[in-house]
Design a binder for this molecule. Structure first.
Ligand code: NAI
Length: 337
């Protein structure tokens, strides 16, 4: 049986991986720690690692994994901004991902954040538990007839746009590769930013989308705009967001991701001092709702993640092509060189 070092393991990961790994002929070594250059050594004697969004598969980590015997990295997520693909190729580690496991999970969570903020249900929840049945401060806004700007209309964004249309909102979208005919009005990004009542981010994090929403972008937005980010934290300049929440320019923000999330998300740090003042101040605002990168976390998604991750690895070890490969598969000529 091939051994897999499974970094950043949580109990909820194990349900489906434990059930399905033996059928794929794989033995899993669960490690609670994240993958970093310093923890790479824990993969010794494993032929592959399984990694998640905040594991470090950078130029320092990858050669250390190779030295341990690792020949493949199976990401159990869609995004791969945490992987240095050039370094992986040059040291001979093949990288796979799960391109789609449940886009509906992420789109539904984005909509949950939006509805919570626009109808103040997060505030009503805490109030009524204290037997406070006052409605003061709970006045919401409808989505019907609002303009909802969707940045990125891939698998998640297109579903979110469909839900927004279901609420009777008008959808504006920006995507360098538009899906014409989906009943969506595509506009330039600056126009979307200027006209939208809600802006929801569904594009990947790349060098060109880093701080897509920065100070100049916030300046262009409508007063009271609602921002939703379930994609990657660094799409938003967090300090600029905080300043715009404080000034009232941003009416509400729903964040499932945060640019410095690797230090705190997925962990219980409730008894520790939080050093990140930007996150502290965002969390203290009544109109900011932060969830801990949980948009993917549904039963349906966890099962699909385990199935695809294990199938990627099974195919790799069987020498079969892996459709979900991110690195370029060595050609026969290259192998023979
Ligand atoms: P996808 O690859 O299907 O769609 C991404 C879309 O963004 C594509 O249509 C692409 O053309 C577009 N795009 C690329 N560059 C752009 C730019 N500069 N501006 C606007 N659009 C651009 O990806 P999918 O599955 O829809 O996922 C979207 C994002 O959601 C992922 O990149 C990932 O970061 C995030 N995600 C978050 C999860 C969570 O738990 N919070 C779980 C899964 C994904």
């Amino acid at each position: 049986m091939e051994k897999i070092a499974f970094f950043d393991a949580k109990n909820y990961d194990r349900t489906w991986f434990d059930r399905l790994a033996p059928k794929a002929g794989l033995e899993i070594r669960y490690l609670e720690t994240r993958l970093t250059p310093d923890t790479a050594v824990l993969a010794r004697d494993c032929s592959a690692v399984c990694a998640f969004v905040n594991d470090d598969l950078g130029a320092e980590t990858l050669p250390r994994l190779f030295e341990c015997g690792v020949r493949a990295a199976a990401l159990r997520c869609a995004g791969y901004n945490n992987v240095d693909l050039a370094a992986a190729s040059s040291c001979g580690i093949r990288v796979f991902r799960v391109p789609a496991y449940s886009p509906a999970s992420v789109a539904e969570h984005a909509m949950a954040l939006l509805l919570t903020l626009t109808r103040r249900t997060h505030r009503a929840f805490t109030r009524t538990r204290e037997r406070n049945f006052s409605l003061e401060g709970l006045v919401g806004t409808n989505l019907e007839n609002k303009i909802i700007g969707v940045v990125g209309t891939g698998k998640v964004g297109i579903r979110f746009a469909g839900m927004a249309r279901g609420f009777g909102a008008r959808v504006l979208a920006y995507d360098p590769e538009p899906r014409w005919g989906a009943g969506i009005e595509y506009v330039r990004l600056d126009e979307l930013i200027r006209r939208s009542d809600v802006i929801s981010l569904h594009c990947p994090l790349t060098p060109s989308t880093y701080h897509l929403l920065s100070r100049p972008a916030f300046h262009q937005m409508r007063d009271g705009v609602v921002i939703v980010n379930t994609s990657r934290g660094a799409l938003i300049d967090s300090e600029a967001l905080l300043d715009n929440v404080k000034s009232g320019k941003v009416g509400a923000a729903g964040l499932d991701v945060y640019e410095e999330e690797a230090d705190v998300f997925y962990e219980d740090v409730s008894s520790k001092v939080m050093r990140d003042d930007t996150l502290n101040l965002l969390l203290s605002q009544p109109n900011v709702l932060v969830t801990s990168h949980q948009a993917f976390l549904t039963q349906e998604a966890l099962r699909a993640i385990a199935e695809t991750t294990l199938e990627n690895l099974r195919r790799f070890f069987a020498g079969e092509p892996v459709e979900n490969e991110l690195t370029e598969r060595p050609t026969a000529a290259a192998v023979s060189r």
